[in-house]
Design a protein around this ligand. Sequence first.
Ligand SMILES: Nc1ncnc2c1ncn2[C@@H]1O[C@H](COP(=O)(O)OP(=O)(O)O)[C@@H](O)[C@H]1O
Ligand SMILES: [Mg+2]
Length: 281
Amino acid sequence: MTPMSNPRSSFKMTAQRDDALASAGTSRAAVGKVSATDVSVFYGDKQALFDVSLDMPDRMVTALIGPSGCGKSTFLRCINRMNDTIPGARVDGKIILDGEDINDRKVDPVLLRARVGMVFQKPNPFPKSIFENVAYGPRIHGFADNKTELADIVESSLKRAGLWKEVADRLQAPGTSLSGGQQQRLVIARAIAVSPEVILMDEPCSALDPIATAKIEELIDDLRSQYCIVIVTHSMAQAARVSQRTAFFHMGAVVEAGATDEIFTNPRDTRTQDYITGRFG
Ligand SMILES: Nc1ncnc2c1ncn2[C@@H]1O[C@H](COP(=O)(O)OP(=O)(O)O)[C@@H](O)[C@H]1O
Ligand SMILES: [Mg+2]
């Protein structure tokens, strides 16, 4: 039996969640910018997530950690409905963004993905100029009335992504001509340009060297004041450095979630303890 198919362990998880949020000083009424309840995901006959419930607060970084294959990316993809694009994938349960059920028929997934931006492990600039990479979203969503406004959005997005100084004199160069770390910041600027509320990051530093990684971590810390950020990382050190809340996934279930300090210094579950001390994963 999987851990989360047992109703009692599910109950325990909810209780732990409430305790952790209370100890983090968060009122129960306003816990999640994004709130997932009993989310299960199936790929064909295979179940990859089991009744995952998790609150991801605004203006905080929530880290998703756990061994490879435990469902972190699958969960992240639920939050902007990217699983909709995978043939045979089915999502059960509820995900609420600002009081709205994102799987409601009224919700347009394209608009949702502007509100919930995503950054992947491998930087994926469009085969276009630096300028066009950032201008594309605001243009198709009609955010700018004229060229000046569009240029302003591009500049402010690049500034917020900490890339402006490095690219201001070569906005027409291809996005792909940048270094890996710069490309990742370009992709973040592209996400920011459409004024998202949530930014999802799936191992955004895994393909980067330590210096580029440090820059992205600094950027995440800056962005935290304005967004709800959810980051998957296989680096415990990174989770500890950049996040305020952490959820430990194991075999498709959330074993434990709470304030990052608590999870790393005083885990309640032996599986969390074993993972963060490097005994498996
Ligand atoms: N597109 C897919 N089709 C079928 N199975 C998938 C797909 N994506 C992920 N899975 C399976 O779902 C489980 C969770 O995968 P994933 O969410 O990628 O884990 P993680 O990101 O924690 O490494 C794994 O068993 C994986 O093989
Ligand atoms: Mg993954």
